[in-house]
Design a protein around this ligand. Structure first.
Ligand code: CTP
Length: 216
């Protein structure tokens, strides 16, 4: 029994505008489809994904990070693995207007005050409501002057406390909406598995291989 999250959450400013991100949901859907093909019972928590429901998968549709959190944490209680392939918005507006925000006639723009959203992966990895369940995160990184993509991945794995972290190099925005992906799967036990450029289904299978190897 596994839970996969996919897509990107939206945080509404008013009824028509939101803060969002570029996640297409393709990698999460590939994870759900391959898990079902391998015989798992799959719950897919999908945030704003415009893809058809994969056959044989229970799909729960959400919009915001708070909704994603509630759906994933609820389903995780009975799951042997949770894969956080979604891109939850890290911030949400402090206030959401019930009516459409109008342009001011003096040419000024509104100032948005934001607050941090809960970190779902960190919560799952810290609470460990189901002992032995394998918790997997994703990290889309660009190297910077504080470290390489892999240095940042190792630091994130330790910070998030998950069992596996799938690290993508997104320099140039290449993976978003692309049918292909390339990654390194870092494990808390020190292992690192290089997955060469291939389909998102190929990467999904490589992730499930690492998950299965760590199941009690
Ligand atoms: N994630 C999450 N809850 C959040 C933000 C991220 O569960 N509020 C998960 C994502 O689904 C992903 C992993 O955490 O599996 C890493 O996401 P990322 O955005 O790279 O993490 P951040 O903590 O936001 O790191 P950064 O400071 O680099 O933005």
């Amino acid at each position: 029994s596994v839970v996969v999250s996919a897509g990107g959450t939206r945080e509404y400013l008013d009824p028509v505008r939101f803060l969002g991100n570029r996640s297409s949901g393709l990698q999460g859907y590939a994870l759900a489809r391959t898990a079902a093909a391998r015989g798992a019972e799959v719950t897919l928590v999908a945030a704003n994904v415009s893809l058809p429901d994969p056959a044989g998968v229970k799909v729960v549709r959400v919009e915001t990070t708070a909704e994603l959190r509630d759906a994933v944490v609820g389903a995780a209680a009975g799951a042997d693995a949770v894969v956080m392939a979604a891109a939850p918005a890290d911030f949400r507006p402090v206030a959401t207007s019930d009516t459409k925000i109008k342009k001011a006639s003096d040419g000024s723009a509104p100032v948005l005050e934001l607050t941090q959203n809960p970190d779902i992966l960190h919560e799952l990895s810290t609470d460990r409501v189901r002992p032995g369940a394998v918790i997997v995160g994703f990290a889309a990184e660009t190297g910077d002057d504080t470290g390489s993509v892999l240095d940042l991945g190792r630091a994130k794995l330790a910070r998030k406390r998950c069992d596996l972290l799938v690290v993508n190099d997104v320099t140039g925005g290449a993976v978003f909406g692309s049918p292909d992906n390339q990654a390194v799967i870092l494990a808390a036990d020190g292992a690192a598995v290089d997955v060469p450029l291939g389909s998102k289904a190929d990467l999904a299978h490589a992730i499930w291989d690492q998950v299965v190897a760590r199941m009690p």
